[in-house]
Design a protein around this ligand. Sequence first.
Ligand code: NAP
Length: 262
Amino acid sequence: MKFTVFTYDSERNSRIKQKLEQKLMKENFMVDPHDPDLVFTIGGDGTVLRAIHSYLDAGKLNKVKFIGIHTGHLGYYTDWLPEELDELILFLTTYELQNYRYPLLEAKLCAGEKTRYRYALNEFTILNAKRTQHLDITINDMFLESFRGTGVCVSSPTGSTAYNKALGGALIYPSLPIYQLTEIASINSNAYRTIGSPLIIPKEQKLILESENWEGMTLTQDHLALDISQLTAIHMTLSDQHVQFVKRKDGLFWNRVKDHFL
Ligand code: NAP
């Protein structure tokens, strides 16, 4: 099996990387950063996001499986700790590997007739730090509301514990085929009104965000940011594309929530 290790330069991470590579090569795994079957990440959930985007950009996401080794506390995408490398190798060489597939969010960015697609594992936010942003929000051909405020966050099930949580969104069990819209500082007055509550949207329904003025708008895509001043609309949905993880077992989600937040 071919593998690579993705991490950020720190002395500690480099040492763990070296140790892991040696242990894997002893078991006849081969290093191949260009065409790996397994991508080990060493760091936090943020490191996993960066690794995923590098394989997404290279068009290799379908083929690759990720295994996260967390150098702090356990994260939502990271199942192993650095002191568990032997246990991890035993797990990889003994068991038939179970893949867990987490869906990406898809954003179709429309500028008149021109369209392009972006993908995120945690969330997209659409933000205007310069002025009050107006967004018309439609779900599946039904106009819902005219939003005025800073922006909105659209999160995947696995992204629900990230930015979405800070906005008061619900925590979603990772296997549910749904996505979530949360408001960021909406204006609610006699003049303007929005629903206020986070909305849970089924995968088969499309969310459309439109505005007559996108000047000053930014789209964040996980850790990345993009100027979207030239757009006319964004169509969002939960994508058919997935990220594959090799995990110990899926039942850990509520344990993670408890350990992480309580
Ligand atoms: P980052 O340092 O890579 O991540 C920021 C924090 O979010 C880290 O503590 C990270 O955990 C945690 N995180 C990432 N994905 C998570 C998930 N699915 N569930 C729970 N926690 C998660 O920061 P960044 O480069 O700016 O952006 C990456 C992510 O940060 C974004 O996707 C967004 O979700 C999050 N973010 C959150 C806020 C907020 O809560 N107000 C604001 C901006 C961005 P680790 O320590 O394990 O890496």
